[in-house]
Design a protein around this ligand. Structure first.
Ligand code: NAD
Length: 347
C-alpha cells in the first residue's frame, strides 16, 4: 500500500507529539517534511528523526509535490489561513482545533473545504476518539440514559503551566479561555446532545492571577448554555488547577447519567502514608489523551487511503467556533448572547 506522505507545520507542545506519532506510530504514513518559524526547532526535529525536508516558510513547504497531506499544529490564529492555502495547493488537511478564532473566518474556510470535496479535511477534536468518550456516545445513542438534558464539563489546565501561558499569551493568541479550553467541551455537548446552542452567558476573572484581566482574558470561568432543544450546558474552564490536568464530563438524562473522568487518576495506585490515601493525577493533555491523539490521526490517514470522510466535519468546526466566540463575547460584554445575533459574524 502506498504510504501517505505528511508535512507538519508547528512543532510545539502538541505538534512534536503529532510529528512523533506520524513518524513512528501510525501505520501507512510517513513524516516527510517539518515546518516551523523557529529554525533551531525545525533542524533539531529533522536531524533527530531523519526527516527528508524542513522549512521555516510554510508557503515553501506547500510547493513540495511529494507531499499528500498537511498537518497543522501552529497557534490557533494561523489555522484558517494555513488550511485554505493547503487545500488550494491540492493537499489533504488535518488541523488542530479551533477551526478559527472568529465565525467570519471559519465560514470562509468552510467554503474552501466545500470547494475541495475530493480532499479529506479533519479537525482535531480528539476527545471523540478517546475510548471513554466514544463509549459514552454509544450509550447515549442506545438510549441508556433516556434523553440527555444537561451536560456539565470541567476543562482545567494545571496551575504549573500558568506562568508559561502568561509569558506567551500575547504572542500566541489563543482566542481566550473559552475558545481555547472549552472548545472540546462545546464540541462534545453538540455531539452528545445532538442540538445547537441558542443562548450563552459566560463569566470569569483572574482570581489567583489578575494578569489575566490585563489581557482581557479569564484564568477561571464558566459558561452556561441553553440549547435549541432546551437542554442545559455548564462549562467550567480554568488554568489554575492545583492537582494537575482535570477533564471531567457528566451527561444527565431523563433516565440516568454518565460520568467520565470524575477523578483525573493517572493509574490504579493508591499511596497510603502520613498524608492519608493519595492518588496521582494526570499532569497534562499529552498524557490523558495519548490514545485519542493516535486514534484521530490513524482515522485521518485511513480516510485518505480509503477515500472516505471523517465523522468530524468542517461544520463541527464552524459551530464550535461560533459557540466559543459567543462565550467570549458574553464574558467580555457581561451580556447574555443569542447565537442568532448577526454581529457574531464580524470580529
Ligand atoms: N487537541 C488538543 O488537545 C490540543 C492541545 C494543545 C494545543 N492544541 C492546539 O494546537 C495548536 C498548537 O498548540 P501548542 O500548545 O502545541 O502551541 P506551541 O506554542 O507549543 O507551538 C506552536 C508551534 O508553531 C510554530 N509557529 C508559530 N507561528 C507559526 C507560523 N506562522 N508558521 C509556522 N509555524 C509557526 C511555533 O514555532 C511552534 O513550533 C493550537 O492551535 C492549540 O489550540 C490542541
Amino acid at each position: 500500500m502506498k504510504k501517505v506522505k505528511v508535512g507538519i507545520v508547528g512543532l510545539g507542545r502538541l505538534g512534536c507529539q503529532h510529528a512523533e506519532n506520524i513518524a513512528f506510530r501510525i501505520p501507512n504514513c510517513e513524516l516527510t517534511a517539518v515546518c516551523s518559524v523557529v529554525e533551531d526547532e525545525v533542524k533539531e526535529v529533522q536531524e533527530k528523526w531523519g526527516i527528508p525536508y524542513s522549512y521555516t516558510n510554510y508557503d515553501e513547504m506547500l510547493k513540495n509535490k511529494e507531499l499528500d497531506a498537511i498537518f497543522i499544529a501552529s497557534p490557533s490564529g494561523f489555522h484558517c489561513e494555513q488550511i485554505t492555502k493547503a487545500l488550494q495547493a491540492g493537499f489533504h488537511v488535518f488541523s488542530e482545533k479551533p477551526l478559527g478564532l472568529y465565525l467570519e473566518e471559519a465560514l470562509e474556510v468552510q467554503k474552501v473545504v466545500d470547494a475541495h470535496l475530493d480532499k479529506v479535511f479533519m479537525l482535531g477534536f480528539m476527545r471523540r476518539y478517546d475510548k471513554s468518550y466514544a463509549a459514552a456516545k454509544q450509550k447515549i445513542d442506545n438510549g441508556d440514559i433516556g434523553d440527555p438534558i444537561l451536560i456539565r464539563c470541567y476543562g482545567l489546565d494545571p496551575a504549573s503551566q500558568m506562568d508559561n501561558f502568561l509569558k506567551f499569551a500575547k504572542a500566541n493568541y489563543s482566542g481566550g479561555l473559552f475558545l481555547d479550553m472549552s472548545i472540546h467541551d462545546l464540541d462534545l455537548a453538540r455531539w452528545y446532545m445532538a442540538t445547537e446552542a441558542q443562548e450563552v452567558w459566560a463569566i470569569g476573572g483572574g482570581y489567583a492571577r489578575p494578569e489575566f484581566e490585563e489581557i482581557q482574558d479569564a484564568e477561571t470561568g464558566v459558561a452556561m448554555v441553553r440549547f435549541e432543544n432546551n437542554a442545559i450546558g455548564i462549562f467550567v474552564a480554568g488554568r489554575n488547577c492545583a492537582h494537575g490536568y482535570h477533564i471531567e464530563t457528566e451527561i444527565i438524562g431523563t433516565k440516568g447519567s454518565i460520568r467520565i473522568g470524575t477523578l483525573p487518576e493517572r493509574n490504579q495506585i493508591v499511596l497510603l502514608q502520613e498524608n492519608g490515601a493519595v492518588k496521582e493525577c494526570y499532569d497534562g493533555f499529552l498524557e490523558r489523551f495519548e490514545q485519542a491523539y493516535l486514534s484521530e490521526v490513524e482515522e485521518f490517514i485511513n480516510c485518505i487511503l480509503e477515500k472516505r470522510k471523517p465523522a468530524v466535519t468542517v461544520q463541527d468546526g464552524v459551530e464550535s467556533t461560533k459557540l466559543g466566540y459567543a462565550c467570549k463575547k458574553s464574558f467580555e460584554t457581561r451580556q447574555l448572547v443569542n447565537l442568532q445575533d448577526e454581529q457574531l459574524v464580524t470580529n
